[in-house]
Design a protein around this ligand. Sequence first.
Ligand code: MLT
Length: 251
Amino acid sequence: MPSLGHVLLVHGFPLNATLWRPQTERAPTGWRLVTPDLPGFGASQLPPARTMEEMAKEVLNVLDRHGVERAVIGGLSMGGYVTLTLYRLAPARFSAMVLADTRATADTEQQKEGRRAMISTVQAKGAGAVADEMLPKLLGATSQRDRPELAATVRRMIEASSSAAIAGALHAMIGRPDSRPLLARITVPTLVLCGEEDLLTPPSDSEALHAGIGGSRLVMLPGAGHLSNLEAPGAFSNALNAFIGPFSGGH
Ligand code: MLT
């Protein structure tokens, strides 16, 4: 039996592995999608992480538990921050990289302030208040107009997150370094994807990733916002599946 290729995809903030259901449903023959919950999110029983390194190390543990030496590894938004951190720690585990709706830069002081305010909000009012604040920014204008059911799906994911996991992830994002110096050292094939209507990590962030990572491929997804894999599931999976094709065969 030919060995499976593995794609490991890391979810964004403050969501969980079910974000990747559209891609799991569209996984091509010969590929297994591994979609972990980050510590404290979704079904994870682990204590919440407070740094990107802790999150990245848990992703390494997941690869080890699956007996996977090398995989196509990627993530959306915060999942992209985790992916870049993992590349810094263990580049040999990557056969290729996928960066969706994310950025290489660290937080500005203003962004850090916003995250500190959100830590206070989640501690005082819980995940529902975070959903109220984030939903209008997570989904693009087209989804908000044409696919109201998506807002309910995303709200369910956010409300399933514990306050401690949300606060921990906010700390981790505040503390993450500027990854721009890393980009020129990325030597694996890389796919950069972005919803054209992404307000949180706008297309200019993905264009900068593409410009910084030699030989990378950039795919813009019309009609999608920040959660491009959920908002444009077919186009996202087509781009992902076309990209991973050459890396099959037991990676
Ligand atoms: C995410 O979607 O993971 C977050 O919006 C990322 C961020 O806030 O920087």
